[in-house]
Structures are given as C-alpha cells and as structure tokens.
Ligand binder design. Structure first.
Ligand SMILES: [Mg+2]
Length: 221
C-alpha cells in the first residue's frame, strides 16, 4: 500500500490551467509556417507534456523539420498573447488549492516565464510563487524523472511521500520512474479525446480522475 502523500506536485499545462488546446493550436501554426503539415492528433500523441527543447529534437529527428530561434521566439510571443487573452484555470482548481491538507508545488516542462504567464493569467500565481520547478532546471525533461525528483528534494520530501498530478503520458511515466504516486487527471479539454484517455490509462497511474475536486478524496484515502 502506498503511504499517505505529504507533498502534492502538480503539472501545470492540462492540470492547473486548460492550456493544451491553445498551445497545440499555436504550435501547429508554427510548424505549418516552417513547412510541415502536422495533424492535431499526431501533435498530441507525439509532443504532449514535453519541453520545447525536446519538441525541437523530435521534430528534427522524426520529421526533418528545423525550428530556428526566430520561429521559437515568435511562437512564444503569440502563445503568451493567446494565454493572456484566452487561458482559463482548470475548473475547480482554486477551491482545491485552498483546501489541500498538505504542501504543494508545480513542476512543469515549460519555461519559468511561461509557467508564470499561465498562472498569473488565471489568478493562480499567489498559490505557487516560490514553488515553481521548470524543466530548464534539469538535464533531462519528462519522461525522465529528474524534474519531479528535484521538486521533491527541494521541498524536503522523499519520492515515496509525493503524489504527482499529471495529464500527459510522458508526465505519468516520469513520476512512476521517480518512485512517486501518480494521479492521472482527465478533466482538461484536450483529455476528451478517447485516444488520449487510453494512452493515459495505459501508463497505469495509481489513480485516474476527471473532476479536480476528487483530488481531495484521493488524498484522504
Ligand atoms: Mg501537462
């Protein structure tokens, strides 16, 4: 039996904020402008939950597409603009954060700047200021366990004491590889796709849930 969690580590995109449809739209537009027609389903399957640095490597290795620095900078500017205009917090997340019985932090594949833009745009920043861990802080991004292990260590908890809340197959693999409990969250707009739900379930997280408020029940078990 797993120990009762003493730290909750949230992924950001698709867990705290409903960002994946916006981010995928901007990414596919950027890729199209660089000359590759990538289907949305393939984008979700291959690129979800990974850092931009890793996405760049995958695009070059698997599709022969080079996204240069100018293209990436342009994409970031458009993405931040779209986040400020459209991004919504995940339904119910603010109430859950106020009632969580244990400390929590965020560990995301995104850059620190993007995490802050996302959390400020949705009013969640005060909950996480000073408790933000980004893939830029470790050598290997998700699905390697490095980022979650760093978040646990800096927060003062052993991996087995942590519950990770993740929406992506890569993120779930990352937490399991780190020896942590994992709750797979399927409440994001992008998680309505049956292929996504099947891919998440196939990674066998310890819990699967659709309503953010159910996280309080999972923690009380
Ligand atoms: Mg995510």
């Amino acid at each position: 039996m797993r120990p009762v969690p003493r730290l909750v580590i949230f992924d950001c995109d698709g867990v705290l904020v409903d960002s994946e449809p916006i981010a995928m739209r901007v990414l596919i537009e950027t890729i199209a402008a660089a000359g590759l027609d990538l289907a949305e389903a393939e984008g979700y399957e291959r690129l979800l939950g990974r850092s931009l640095a890793d996405i760049r490597v995958i695009l070059q290795g698997d599709f022969g597409l080079v996204l240069d620095d100018v293209a990436l900078e342009g994409m970031r500017a458009r993405l931040y603009g779209a986040f400020r205009a459209e991004l919504a917090p995940m339904a119910g997340i603010a109430a859950v954060l106020e009632r969580l019985p244990v400390p929590f932090c965020v560990a995301s594949s995104s850059q620190p700047e993007r995490i802050e833009v996302s959390l400020r745009a949705t009013g969640l920043w005060p909950h996480f200021a000073g408790r933000v861990f980004s893939a830029t802080m470790v050598a290997r991004g998700k699905p390697a366990p490095d980022l979650f292990l760093l978040a646990a260590e800096r927060s003062g908890f052993a991996p087995a004491e942590c519950l990770v809340v993740e929406d992506s197959p890569a993120g779930i693999e990352s937490a399991l590889a780190g020896g942590m409990s994992v709750a797979g969250f399927l409440g994001g707009t992008h998680a309505r796709r049956p292929a996504h739900r099947a891919a998440v379930a196939a990674r066998r997280p310890h819990h699967l849930f659709d309503e953010m408020s159910d996280l309080l029940t999972i923690l009380a078990r």
